[in-house]
Design a protein around this ligand. Structure first.
Ligand code: ADP
Length: 256
């Protein structure tokens, strides 16, 4: 448990640092983009091409700082009751387009609704991150299975969660799998094995933070050359107000 909280503290301070830098950087990028726009109205054709490059680089940098800000949770989020089944069924189209033709996507929602207490956008983000990672682990194609069900946690289980019933989201792939070294570090911010233009190392750190905030737990099982399975357990939402940490009224009023 001590190891977990040290890790959480390290994540927290890295998050604050990253968030601070990203925030200032975003402002600077806005200035660069603004002046590039002004200049664009004044310069010759050659200059316009160079300016387009500057803008392109600044736009990419902005996308990156956007990811950092999300990771650092600078953006406020509304929390409400969300059906985990809806998250996986409604994301189908987007996910199919994301993964490409060589990869088969199987979506297996539980037969009954699976309400959890969370932010819808954040759940989408979790799913997208896991599926993108699955895709990247299957350069030759393969199968991704996205599944939801109810799972029992027992006192003797190795998860730090209190015993009880949880909503479970499982994403598994038939990809490369990973070594024990990678598995030990994959939730660390900025840890990536991908080339710099593909990976930021923030995907799973963000997922880890979101799941933790929602009172859940994420685990990974992986075998080299066989594939990887991520399992996320989230406390099910109940009508019982005691179980609820934040008032649901706010998000109902928002209505999506
Ligand atoms: P990024 O995708 O930007 O590298 P992540 O935090 O999402 O950052 O992932 C960190 C690392 O974990 C990846 O670079 C990869 O080595 C490993 N990883 C994540 N998901 C998988 C997977 N499904 N199969 C194999 N390796 C994975």
């Amino acid at each position: 448990a001590r190891q977990r909280s040290e890790r959480a503290a390290r994540m927290e301070s890295l998050g604050q640092l990253a968030g601070g830098i990203a925030h200032d950087f975003n402002n600077l990028l806005a200035i660069i983009l603004n002046y590039a726009d002004f200049l664009g109205e004044e310069v010759s054709d050659d200059g316009t091409r160079d300016l387009a490059r500057i803008k392109d680089a600044a736009d990419r940098a902005k996308a990156l700082t956007g990811q950092l800000l999300l990771f650092a949770k600078r953006e406020p989020t509304e929390v409400g009751i969300v059906d985990l089944n809806e998250v996986i069924t409604e994301a189908g189209d987007l996910l199919s387009r994301t993964i490409g033709a060589d990869i088969q996507l199987l979506c297996r929602p539980r037969s009954e609704a699976l309400p959890v207490y969370a932010n819808r956008g954040r759940l989408d983000q979790i799913l997208l991150n896991l599926v993108i990672n699955a895709r990247d682990a299957m350069p030759e194609g393969g199968v991704v299975v996205v599944e939801t069900d109810l799972a029992d946690v027992h006192a003797e289980d190795s998860t730090p969660l209190p015993p009880g019933q949880y909503a479970r989201l499982t994403v598994s792939d038939t990809g490369t799998g990973m070594t024990a070294e990678v598995r030990d570090r994959l939730f660390e911010p900025f840890f990536t094995t991908k080339p710099a233009d593909r990976g930021t190392g923030l995907g799973l750190a963000t997922v880890y933070g979101i799941v933790g905030d929602a009172g859940g737990h994420i685990s990974v099982e992986s075998a080299l050359g066989i594939g990887t399975t991520f399992r996320i357990l989230l406390p099910p939402a109940t009508e019982n107000a005691d179980q609820v940490t934040e008032p649901p009224s706010e998000s109902r009023a928002g209505h999506g």
